[in-house]
Write a protein that binds this ligand. Structure first.
Ligand SMILES: Nc1ncnc2c1ncn2[C@@H]1O[C@H](COP(=O)(O)OP(=O)(O)O)[C@@H](O)[C@H]1O
Ligand SMILES: [Mg+2]
Length: 260
């Protein structure tokens, strides 16, 4: 068995008295899409924020390439190759595709901060990198606001990869998109996966999207892993049952919380 790129062991995260993650373990492998599924409030975003250095775990361990790590902040996680594409994508609609691609990491000639920006070079790279994962941007100087939702996702993904992400975390990348755009993003995910060197963690509550691209699954409910496995072994029925089971558990919990 190949060594996982990331291993999370018994991660606990408490916010005050509230336990958002209660002993979560998972492994992610290069060349695979790992779907992290679960109902609202399951702890999906909290888990990836722990992995991305936004939150420190209350307890538990994180390993990268088998080495224990501890990320004090998002920059430390990013330096270790953890790239996160959040729902809002952190793009500036008013500036160009290229400026958004580089965002603070522009290529300049001469000493910073007064160096001359190498616009042509940067346009070429932005266009090429997006092309590699399947989106042809005719004019990289166009404002990001003019791009489709799917293209914006691809820009954020291409940027993360170009700047060194080995683990690409996508938090609900298809949730705000129309059907055609969703397909575009799923294609991008497949293309990234097929490179073979990057691990994708796909957070979604769309089980169909997960089934279209996932190699491995972890199901969360109320901060606990209620199921996991590889796609070849989990059938559509298992996946539906685990999704529904998680939703039902959350509903029951909420009902019970109203009992005085
Ligand atoms: N910063 C925080 N402070 C307190 N509670 C939080 C915080 N972040 C998340 N939670 C709680 O943790 C639980 C899991 O949230 P989250 O990870 O966002 O779930 P998901 O992404 O699966 O919908 C929720 O009940 C949420 O209210
Ligand atoms: Mg979330």
């Amino acid at each position: 068995m190949v060594q996982p790129l990331i291993r999370l062991e018994e991660i606990v995260k408490r916010f005050g008295n509230f336990t958002a993650l209660d002993g979560v373990s998972m492994e992610v492998h290069p060349g695979e899409v790992h779907a992290l599924l679960g109902d609202n409030g399951a702890g999906k975003s909290t888990l990836i924020k722990v992995l991305a250095g936004v939150h420190q775990p209350t307890s538990g361990r994180i390993y990268v390439d088998g080495e224990p790590v501890s990320f004090r902040n998002p920059l430390a996680a990013s330096d270790a190759g953890i790239g996160t594409v959040y729902q809002d994508l952190a793009l500036n609609a008013l500036t160009s595709v290229t400026r958004n691609f580089f965002m603070g990491r522009e290529i300049t000639k001469g000493a910073r901060p007064f160096g001359i920006m190498q616009t042509r070079e940067m346009n070429r790279i932005a266009r090429e990198e997006m092309g590699k994962i399947g989106i042809d941007i005719a004019n990289p100087e166009q404002a990001v606001g003019t791009m489709s939702g799917g293209q914006k996702q691809t820009l954020a993904i291409a940027r993360a990869i170009y700047f060194g992400a080995r683990v690409l975390i996508l938090d609900e990348p298809t949730s705000a998109l129309g059907q055609k755009q969703q397909l575009e993003v799923l294609k991008t995910i497949k293309t990234v996966r097929n490179r073979g060197d990057i691990a994708v963690i796909l957070i979604t509550h769309n089980e169909i999207h997960a089934q279209l691209v996932a190699d491995r699954y972890t199901f969360l409910s109320l901060g606990r892993v209620i199921g996991s496995g590889v796609a070849d072994e989990l059938g559509g029925g298992d996946i539906r049952r685990l999704m529904a089971g998680g939703a039902e558990m959350a509903d029951l919990e909420q009902e019970l919380a109203t009992v005085p």
